[in-house]
Design a protein around this ligand. Structure first.
Ligand SMILES: O=C(O)c1ccccc1N[C@@H]1O[C@H](COP(=O)(O)O)[C@@H](O)[C@H]1O
Length: 210
């Protein structure tokens, strides 16, 4: 079974559905432009009853130190997800500042994008392999956009990695089969509208990834 991250949670019922179905990671978005953005206080409440073994992930896009410190002063997080244009040096700085492990998202659309996974593998604790967003996209992720999974065939990196980008209950099993991913991350693929999660889709996604 692949480990599953359900990202962009904002409602207790969806947190409960994800935990009961076996999610390994719960993602809370701290990026104001996202329809899934939550306040630190909301994330704290949503993560309060999460059992041991389920990691609370804070998703940030090019955060400054002040934002990281403000969120961590209130929300209890286990892992930081960096989903912007953070350099390898910035990843190392965020690890040192927060004292938390960092998962770095890397966008792929072509073979030329693959070396970044090696570079970030030197500093990040986990890698998140996502589709590269379109140039005019408001969000650098969470767009329901997939990439050509065959780019990953036969690849190995220094760190454990999760597959993301356009995954849904209908395609996640095939994505795992083609890429060999041991972890998958979904946001818009378990929603009925941007930012509106669906408990049934969350359960279906986790079952399909099993
Ligand atoms: O979910 C968001 O709103 C989001 C905002 C900014 C950056 C990343 C975001 N989500 C991450 O994007 C990928 C793919 O999402 P999707 O399943 O294609 O909708 C996933 O890793 C989310 O964590």
């Amino acid at each position: 079974m692949a480990q599953v991250k359900i990202c962009g949670l904002s409602q207790p019922a969806h947190v409960a559905a994800a935990v009961e179905a076996g999610a390994r990671y719960l993602g809370f978005v701290f990026f104001a432009e996202s329809p899934r953005a939550v306040t630190p206080g909301r994330a704290r409440a949503l993560g309060a009853e999460v059992p041991p073994g389920v990691a609370r992930v804070g998703l940030f896009v090019d955060p400054d130190d002040a934002l990281l410190q403000a969120v961590l002063a209130e929300a209890h997080l286990d892992l930081i997800q960096l989903h912007g244009a953070e350099s390898p040096g910035r990843v190392a700085d965020v690890k040192a500042l927060t004292g938390l492990p960092v998962m770095k998202a890397v966008g792929l659309s072509a073979p030329e994008d693959l070396p970044a996974l090696t570079d970030y593998g030197l500093v990040a604790d986990l890698l998140l392999v996502d589709a590269k967003p379109p140039k005019d996209a408001v969000l650098p992720g969470g767009n329901g956009l997939a990439f050509d999974w065959r780019l990953l065939t036969g690849r190995r990196w220094l760190r454990p990695w999760l597959l993301a980008g356009g995954l849904t209950p209908a395609n996640v099993a095939e994505a795992i089969r083609l890429t060999g991913a041991r972890g998958v991350d979904v946001s818009s693929g378990v929603e009925t509208a941007p930012g509106v999660k669906d408990s049934g889709m969350i359960r279906d996604f986790i079952a399909a990834a099993s």
